[in-house]
Design a protein. Structure first.
Length: 324
């Protein structure tokens, strides 16, 4: 079987869940190999994580030449690796990349360099009858499902977080260092400073099993939303109205122009349920809404709905959970 390269999402010293989702999807297309662009010192830990999800090889590209620059050197490094693996094994089945602002730019540059087709923001992947990859996208705020296929070169597909449930599988996790030569032309945009996001002690939005979100109905007071979230060990999300009002940063936004989430439980508070918000959360396993307007569209998709003022309902709910 041909190899499938999966770009590892590695942040703050850990391999993030989207990597495991992509390795799971990669198995449908061929033999998964992880690609880690980062320090060699972290390689053993990365290999240990990804081999549990079926990665046979772990290509390590030490970031000495890449560090300090934005996306172009990473795209060049991936190009060199893809060409080498392809030449050695007679072709690559696909290259899978987690969807993100930076990674989608890497994917686009890589597609140009490899003269390959690119599909972004896939929510599912399947093997095509002729051996290629078929990707599903959710478009127009989730109102249409589009199925597409790359017809030129190695399929390069970026996949949204939470698109697949990670499945454990035994892989060899053999580490192979891969040396790259980064051209001066690629070193055009330098990183001047990086600021770590302030730790909240709550889980990452796209990885959380439970999300408690607030919208315009909070009136800017998220204390009841946050208290419930902390009681449930949940992440806090927000609608665009709450973000646009400056109550929460954009990293909290759920929806078409925010994050796509698919937790076990999504609790929407003071959120009307506009299609752009639904686009980011409608695949949640159980949806609960608290809204004082019984006609709010959010009630069309909930499993449980409470008509009431969130500033009264949420503290009562939090207290009831505490008593358990
Ligand atoms: P509102 O629609 O104003 O709803 C507030 C709700 O709170 C109402 O239903 C009200 O009954 C209820 N309420 C008020 N007070 C209380 C209370 N005390 N207790 C309980 N309930 C109360 N939106 C997103 O969320 N994410 C996106 O990514 C996104 N992308 C967009 C992209 C585009 C191109 C466009 C055009 C729009 C996008 N939007 C997005 C905006 C979207 O259309 C809505 O405007 C937005 O989701 C509304 O946010 P909201 O539900 O918080 O506010």
């Amino acid at each position: 079987m041909s190899e499938v390269l999966v770009l590892v999402d590695f942040q703050n010293g850990v391999v993030k869940k989207p990597t495991f989702e992509l390795l799971t999807l990669a198995k449908r297309l061929g033999t998964p190999s992880a690609v880690f662009i980062g320090g060699s010192g972290d390689a053993a830990g990365v290999a240990e994580s990804v081999k549990k999800y079926g990665a046979e090889k772990v290509y390590v590209i030490d970031d000495a030449q890449i560090k300090g620059y934005l996306v172009a050197p990473k795209a060049e490094a991936l190009q060199q690796l893809a060409e080498k693996v392809s030449a050695d094994s007679g072709g690559l089945a696909a290259i899978l990349i987690p969807s993100g602002a930076e990674t989608k730019e890497i994917a686009a540059r890589l597609a140009v360099k490899l003269d390959s087709g690119l599909i972004t923001d896939a929510v599912d992947i399947a093997a095509a009858d002729d051996g290629g990859a078929v990707a599903t996208q959710s478009v127009f705020a989730g109102n249409y499902t589009l199925t597409g296929k790359v017809t030129k070169g190695t399929p390069i597909i970026t996949v949204k977080p939470n698109s697949a449930a990670p499945e454990q599988a035994d892989g060899a996790g053999t580490v192979e260092e891969f040396a790259v030569t980064v051209s001066d032309a690629a070193k055009t945009a330098q990183i001047v400073a990086t600021q770590p996001r302030q730790a909240t002690g709550r889980p990452e939005l796209t990885e959380a099993a439970i999300i408690v979100s607030g919208g315009r109905g909070t009136g800017g007071d998220f204390s009841a939303v946050e208290a419930l979230a902390d009681e449930l060990g949940a992440a806090v999300g927000a609608s665009r109205a709450a973000v646009d009002s400056g109550w929460k940063p954009h990293s909290f936004q759920v929806g078409q122009t925010g994050k796509t989430v698919s937790p076990q439980l999504y609790v929407a508070n003071g959120i009307s349920g506009a299609i752009q918000h639904r686009a980011g959360m409608q695949t949640s396993k159980t949806i609960v809404a608290v809204n004082k307007d019984e006609e709010a569209p959010i009630f069309e998709l909930v499993d449980f709905g409470v008509v009431g003022d969130l500033h009264t309902v949420l503290p009562a709910l939090t207290e009831a959970i505490k008593q358990r």
